[in-house]
Every structure is written in structure tokens, then in C-alpha cells.
Design a protein around this ligand. Structure first.
Ligand code: BGC
Ligand code: NOJ
Length: 822
């Protein structure tokens, strides 16, 4: 069953009923100001950091779901005969949830449009964040389809957050006292804590003269009422309350009179503004916000022309990004995801890592070190400059021993000490992201950039040295078999082999672990081999004091160690626990085979020549593959195991306990492509592709336009049900798997490689790819079975599968690739 449809032409998903199984959300903003918006206008806004600089409140896990948002109410001011209460409704359905005659929500690239109709009044609201600004605009357009004139009241309502979202949700003894606002010339300013150390405030303004306003929540809602029936809206008038303490809000009242057929636009803007610390007040010795620099911005964006102009710029910006790679394949789900939604989602994950979504309260998780490095793999071609800066930011949080904070705060760019560290895979991901950047751009100078450790002045070393220490970190931490020690956990945050927690409620992610010297990870071994190989290639091309051959030797040694102690006969083992017992072995009763080491070791090149890779992949197909994707392991853990940790806390089939973690399914797709099995790779691709799952939306439940972190596995009662959409490494990895390995358009250190491993029944496909400022027009055509590639560049056949870099000044290169035996 579907709740909407894709409008590929407009690059929109169109939702046709408001009560989707879960709020189906979109992201507004892609620079410093962000908002999350659901299909019924729920969500919240923040500046840079969802925890430390939150503008509006949102209530997670509330009843009903999705409470708090960008709310508007329409009220019929003409008395209705035989009605006990006046007619008012939310044109976005929430929060009044009055049934609408028509409803349609269009989520597009950086904007959301919600159109509805009730009682002859049509309303359309377009929400977006103009590029370069720290504000969001809501443009409401009303049309009177009645035969008679309509006298309407429009009410807006947002609830301000007192900046630090964690404190806001917990520290009520303080919060009930600090709320402050100013209302001047009909603009509502939220200025809690401005009197002391803050130099920022929020504002809420409207293009029309206000009939009234409220800034104290209880004045607007009335005692013991909620957002579905505010007293002010019911009565049709607000009280001009000025919040002191309690819960500051912004509510505005505008009256309009529309003749039949007449249309009217009203613009609302919500924004964030900073003043210079020594110029906060006007007059200087007062406590009044200095508004000199914000007023021009407010008046600019309250004009319809400006809104239209900046909406157009936003569209052009996204066209420019999406144009970097466009494909035309025989499969509509591939085209739609690769050309639109997968890229869009990768941008959101790049921007926010895992910090803020409908499932992530924006409080617990800053920018993940491992996460952000992986996001870069799918993002780097979109905006190499931003990718470069991110790599340097990440490296600057690295510790002198090569280790990494697991997360850092986007506002401060400092490592977050509250979150546990010693996830021993973390540092290696920096090598992979930097390698991807170098392959995309050829900007070798980045390796010489001086970057501090732990953001400490005076500790600067080259980025190259940071990468070296990432490799060294693993070398310095090896266990009894010579395999990497796992530390707190590896990619699987919940495989906590050194934790032994028996205290209820203790966090596996942050609690003190034993200094484990035994538990080893075959996953990290595979990742290490991949990273060391990349490092070998990088150092061959970069002058440094380190011996370039060293890295390939380290990779070879680790590979030998994996074959010796990490291969179970039919597949790769997962780990050794603290007692030295194997995990992910046919000798285990539960957790006999895991997906991660199969994917990562084969991606590192293990067993491709001698058939063991194929053997491991056959085992994945036999034991782990389900119609909804590939589960993490089998059999699921049926009870809590002290020596395994969080992985065994989840009921079977959910999350890390044998859920379908969409993040690592693409590793198996890449591995299948690496062994030349295009049909298998593509089959796995479609099983989790959200567009391909649209028809089963009632089972999948999450948005059909973005990947979710997890789909419940075969052991779960709700198998096939997705959770935690949007912010997941799944976005970048699926993009890499489909574009670089199945479609085979792969940046390398020396040029663009074309090596498709496509389904047998595809005749071919076309790709337009911008690479190092050159437009490549690539046409792939199947000549017969197999994956053999013959490249023809501008009419001339060449040897190999890599397009040599064209002479400087070339703007277009036309490539034909003949695939298979003729
Ligand atoms: C989740 C993981 C997550 C970790 C850190 C665990 O409870 O299962 O998926 O990465 O917490 O937030
Ligand atoms: C989600 C985390 O963001 C990611 O870093 C981790 O690898 C997976 N959970 C698996 O535990």
C-alpha cells in the first residue's frame, strides 16, 4: 500500500494523506540553519548544533506522535449557524487533526509544500531556508473558493526552546524563570539568557499587520489545553502577553478578508541572529536587543519577491549538485535514488551526521567520527571544498596516539568527552575518507595541511602524519592472534566484548570498560587491510619520511593473519571474545555467522582470486539473506550474554541483534560486484532500496524516499518494518555501492574508472559524471555475457578500464564501454 507517489520530474515525493504510518520528514537548510519538518508541519529548528543551539521545542515520543512544529490555524470569523464552537482548523492537519477536504504534502530538495482545502478555503504553505541566511520562511497562500466573501483569522504558533535542548528538557527549576522576550514593531524576539552571556536571539515576524499576539504559552493555549484547541484561536483573539519565565512562545494573529476567488499571501519568518558581544544592546546601557543588523534581514524576507528569488536560487543550487552525476538505467528505482533521493539523503547525513532527526533527539549524538568519515565517501563529489574542510575538522579532533573521540560537537568542533571512546575502528575511517577525497579531486596538497591533535595549539602535524597515526593505532593494539583488539566496540557499537555490564540501565556506549587485551575483531582487520592498502597507494605518491612499502607489507601481514586465525572454513569469523573464544563460527550456537566481516574482508580484496570470497558470499546468501535485506547475524541472540554486551540486549531481530542493518548491506553488494556477480549485487540493492519498497509502505512504514538505519530482521515479529530513517551511513554506502561498483563509475588516484558489473538482463545504461571539472558522457552497452570491459574514448579503444586524465582545458570526454563477450 502507498501513501503517496514520486514526482521525479519535480524531484518531489508527494504524500496524499496526512496520517502516514510515521511522520514522514524532510530537512530544511543545508548550511548553518537547519529545520526538520514532517508532512504535517511538525519538527524543530536549530542553528548549527541541535543540542547547543536549539530554536524551537519538539516533543519526542509524544502522544500524539510528532508534537511541536510550525503551526498555523485558520479560523472562520463569520458565525456558523447551529455550530456550538467556531470553525478552526490546521491547514497542515496537525495539530487540530480536523479532517481536510483535500491534502497534499510535497517534500522536495530543501523545501516542503503543504496544500490543503477545507470549507472552500484552499491553503498552500511553502517552507524553506534561503541559502546564505539563518532563517526559515513559511509562505502561506490562501484562496477563497467560496461563492461569498470569507473573513478569516490566521494564527501562527511556535514554542521557543531555551537554547540548550538537554537543559531545556530537564532543568525546570531554572527554566521556569529565565524565559524572556521582546515585542517591537510586531516582531517577536526570543531573548532568554541574552541579558548575560549569550549574544544571539531568535525572532518571529510576519508580513501583515498583527491584530494580536501572545508570547506566554498558557495565555495562548489556555489552562490545561493543548495545541489542538488553543483558547486564543477558539476565541479569535490573543492577549498580547509578554513572557517572563515559564514557556515563551511566538503566536501571531492576522485577519484577512477574501472576496470570492481572491488569493492572498502571508509570509512568516523564523530566524536566528547574532550580535557582536560588545554591541549587544541598544542603547548600550540598556537591556534591549540591538536590532540594527537584524532589521534589514527581516524586512528583506518579508517581501514576496525576495522569497521567490531565493526559492529559485535554492532550486538552482540543487540542480547544480544533482547534475554532478546523472544516470539513465533500465530500472526506475535506481534512476530515482541515484539521481535524486540518495544524493539528497547523503547531503543530510554529511551535514548532521547522526545528530538530529525524528529518531535522534539532537541531544545525544554530535558528529560521529566514524559516521562522518563514511558519509564523505558518498558526498565528496558533490562539494569537494566542504569535504576537504570536514576531513580537516575530523582530523583536528584526533588524539596524539592516533585514537579518536567517538563524536564531536558541531558548534565547538571539539571532541565530546561524555561519549565513550576506544572504538578501535574509528581512526581507520579517516584514511578511507581522505583516500576518497584524493581520488575525486587529485588535491594532494591536503596531505600537507597542518592539523592539530585534540584541537590543541602547538601540536600541529601534517594530515599525512594523522593518517599514519591512524594506521599505527591498530598496529599498536593487536591481540593474541595478531588481530586488532576491538576496544569498546568496532563498527558494531553493540559488540561490547570488554564491557561485562550487569548494572541495570548502565550505558554500554559510555561506561568504563576493562582494558581488554584479548578480544579481537576480524572486522577491524578487514578495515585495516583496506586502509593500509590505500595508505600504500597514497604514500607512493606523496613524499614523506615513512617508507611507502611499509603499508602494503602491513596489509599483507594482516591478510595472512586473517587467513590463519580469522577464516572459519566457509566464511570469515567475526571476533574473538575476552576468553579467546571465536564468535561468528560454525561452532557457535548463536551468532554463528555475521555479515560485517564477509563484506569488509572481501572489499579489502581477500579471497577474490582463490574463490574463498565467493564461498563466504554463498554463506551470506544461505544464512543471512531475507526478502527485506541481509540480517546482521544468525542465529539471533536469544538471551543476554554478559560477555557480548549490548548486542544481546535487543530482542531478536531488532537493531544490532540480527536486524537488517541497511548500512552494511551495500558492503555485500560491493563484494558481490567484486566477484563479478551483478545479478546478486543488484538483487540485494533492490531489497532495501526505499523506492522499490514503496508498494509495501504499510509494512516498511518509514519514508519511501530515504533509507532507514534498520529494517526488522527475520526473527522479529514485525519483520520488514523500518526504523530510524534519514541519518544513517546507509545513504553514503548505498550510493557508493550502486554508482561505483554496480554501475562501476569509480574515481581512482589516476582517473575515472569504468567497470560496471550489471545485471545480466540489462542492455546498458548512460551516465553523465563531472569529475575533476570535466564532463564525462559515458554510454555503456552490453555486447554479450560477462563483465569484460572495452573502453572507447572519443572513438579510440584503449587498454584497461581507467579513462586517462584528459589534457588541461578539456571540458567534455565521450566514452563508450562495451561490456561482455561479443
Ligand atoms: C545503538 C547503536 C548506536 C549506539 C550509539 C546503540 O544503542 O544500538 O546503533 O550506534 O547506541 O548511539
Ligand atoms: C549507528 C552508528 O551511527 C554507527 O556508527 C554504527 O556503526 C552502527 N550504529 C552500528 O552499531
Amino acid at each position: 500500500m502507498q501513501f503517496g507517489y514520486f514526482d521525479d520530474e519535480q524531484r518531489e515525493y508527494v504524500i496524499q494523506q496526512p496520517d502516514t504510518p510515521l511522520p514522514w520528514i524532510n530537512y530544511l537548510g543545508c548550511e548553518d540553519y537547519f529545520g526538520i519538518i514532517s508532512n504535517t508541519a511538525g519538527g524543530y529548528s536549530f542553528y548549527k548544533d541541535a543540542r547547543l543551539r536549539r530554536l524551537t521545542r519538539y516533543r519526542y515520543n509524544n502522544v500524539p506522535l510528532d508534537a511541536g512544529g510550525r503551526y498555523l490555524y485558520l479560523r472562520d470569523d463569520d458565525p456558523i449557524e447551529n455550530h456550538s464552537r467556531p470553525l478552526f482548523w490546521s491547514p497542515t492537519w496537525q495539530p487540530t487533526r480536523l479532517p481536510l477536504d483535500e491534502y497534499e504534502c510535497r517534500h522536495g530538495m530543501g523545501y516542503t509544500n503543504i496544500r490543503s482545502r477545507l470549507a472552500g478555503i484552499e491553503s498552500e504553505i511553502r517552507y524553506f531556508v534561503p541559502l546564505g541566511e539563518n532563517l526559515e520562511t513559511w509562505e502561506l497562500t490562501l484562496t477563497n473558493h467560496r461563492q461569498a466573501a470569507a473573513n478569516l483569522s490566521i494564527f501562527s504558533a511556535i514554542e521557543f526552546c531555551l537554547w540548550d535542548a538537554l537543559d531545556d528538557a530537564t532543568n525546570f527549576q531554572r527554566n521556569y524563570n529565565v524565559g524572556e522576550v521582546e515585542v517591537l514593531d510586531e516582531v517577536i524576539y526570543h531573548k532568554s539568557e541574552y541579558r548575560e552571556r549569550r549574544n544571539h536571539f531568535a525572532y518571529f515576524a510576519c508580513s501583515e499587520p498583527l491584530t494580536g499576539f501572545d508570547t506566554q504559552r498558557v495565555a495562548f493555549l489556555g489552562p490545561y489545553r493543548d495545541w489542538s484547541n488553543p483558547l486564543g484561536v477558539e476565541k479569535g483573539s490573543l492577549t498580547r502577553s509578554i513572557a517572563t519565565g515559564w514557556q515563551p512562545i511566538g503566536a501571531q494573529h492576522v485577519k484577512v478578508s477574501l472576496d470570492p476567488g481572491v488569493q492572498k499571501s502571508v509570509i512568516f519568518i523564523l530566524g536566528y541572529h547574532e550580535n557582536l558581544l560588545d554591541d549587544k544592546f541598544d542603547p548600550p546601557d540598556s537591556q534591549t536587543i540591538n536590532k540594527r543588523s537584524v532589521l534589514p534581514i527581516i524586512s528583506r524576507y518579508l517581501a514576496k519577491n525576495e522569497i521567490n528569488r531565493s526559492f529559485q536560487s535554492l532550486g538552482e543550487y540543487w540542480n547544480g549538485l544533482l547534475e554532478k552525476q546523472q544516470v539513465t538505467t533500465p530500472d526506475e528505482h535506481t534512476n530515482r535514488m541515484v539521481n535524486i533521493w540518495n544524493v539528497y539523503q547523503t547531503m543530510a547525513t554529511f551535514n548532521l551526521s547522526r545528530s538530529a532527526s525524528y529518531f535522534e533527539s539532537g541531544i545525544g549524538r554530535g558528529m560521529g567520527f566514524r559516521d562522518s568519515n563514511q558519509d564523505l565517501l558518498g558526498f565528496v563529489h558533490l562539494n569537494p571544498d566542504l569535504a576537504r574542510q570536514r576531513i580537516l575538522d575530523l582530523a583536528a579532533t584526533q588524539l596524539p596516539d592516533g585514537g579518536a573521540y567517538h563524536q564531536y560537537q558541531p558548534l565547538t568542533k571539539r571532541g565530546n568527552d561524555d561519549i565513550g571512546s576506544n572504538f578501535n575502528d574509528d581512526p581507520l575511517w579517516l584514511v578511507l575518507s581522505t583516500a576518497a577525497y584524493l581520488k575525486e579531486t587529485g588535491d594532494w596538497e591536503i596531505l600537507d595541511e597542518l592539523v592539530p591533535f585534540d584541537n590543541t595549539l602547538g601540536t600541529e602535524e601534517s594530515l599525512y602524519e594523522h593518517l599514519h597515526r591512524s594506521i599505527q593505532y591498530t598496529i599498536d593494539r593487536r591481540g593474541p592472534h595478531g588481530l586488532p583488539l576491538i576496544g569498546r566496540a568496532d563498527w558494531n557499537d553493540c559488540l561490547n566484548l570488554n564491557c561485562f555490564s550487569n548494572t541495570p540501565g548502565q550505558s554500554f556506549q559510555t561506561t568504563i570498560n576493562k582494558e581488554g587485551k584479548v578480544a579481537e575483531s576480524i572486522f577491524i582487520a578487514g578495515l585495516f587491510i583496506q586502509a593500509a592498502k590505500e595508505m600504500g597507494e597514497i604514500s607512493k605518491r606523496h613524499a614523506s619520511s615513512h617508507d611507502p612499502d611499509k603499508y602494503s607489507q602491513l596489509a599483507n601481514q594482516m591478510e595472512a593473519t586473517v587467513w590463519e586465525s580469522g577464516w572459519d572454513g566457509d566464511w570469515f569469523l567475526r571476533a574473538y571474545d575476552d576468553y579467546g573464544n571465536p564468535l561468528g563460527s560454525k561452532d557457535c550456537e548463536e551468532g554463528r555467522i555475521f555479515i560485517e566481516p564477509q563484506g569488509i574482508c572481501i572489499m579489502a580484496g581477500l579471497g577474490i582470486e582463490d574463490g574463498r570470497a565467493t564461498q563466504a558470499l554463498d554463506a551470506v546468501a544461505e544464512h543471512l539473506a531475507t526478502p527485506h535485506g541481509i540480517v546482521l547475524h544468525q542465529p539471533a541472540f536469544s538471551r543476554y550474554y554478559l560477555h557480548l554486551g549490548e548486542i544481546s540486549t535487543y530482542p531478536a531481530g531488532y537493531k544490532e541483534n540480527a536486524g537488517i542493518f541497511c548500512h552494511n548491506n551495500p558492503w555485500v553488494m560491493i563484494a558481490e560486484a567484486a566477484v563479478g556477480r551483478g545479478d546478486a549485487a543488484f538483487d540485494y540493492y533492490l531489497r532495501i532500496n526505499p523506492s522499490a519498497r514503496e508498494a509495501i509502505s504499510e509494512i516498511h512504514r518509514c519514508e519511501p524516499y530515504v533509507y532507514a538505519q534498520m529494517i526488522a530482521g527475520r526473527d522479529a515479529p514485525s519483520t520488514g518494518e523500518a526504523k530510524n530513517s534519514w541519518l544513517t551511513g546507509t545513504a553514503a554506502w548505498n550510493y557508493v555501492a550502486i554508482t561505483q561498483w554496480m554501475l562501476g563509475i569509480r574515481p581512482t588516484f589516476v582517473g575515472l574508472q569504468v567497470e560496471p558489473v550489471m545485471p545480466a538482463n540489462w542492455d546498458g545504461f548512460d551516465v553523465i559524471r563531472y569529475y575533476r571539472d570535466v564532463r564525462y558522457e559515458i554510454s555503456i552497452s552490453r555486447q554479450g555475457p560477462g563483465n569484460q570491459v572495452l573502453l572507447i574514448i572519443e572513438g579510440d579503444p584503449i587498454d584497461g578500464t581507467c579513462i586517462p586524465l584528459p589534457p588541461a582545458g578539456t571540458s567534455v570526454v565521450r566514452v563508450t564501454a562495451n561490456i561482455g563477450e561479443a
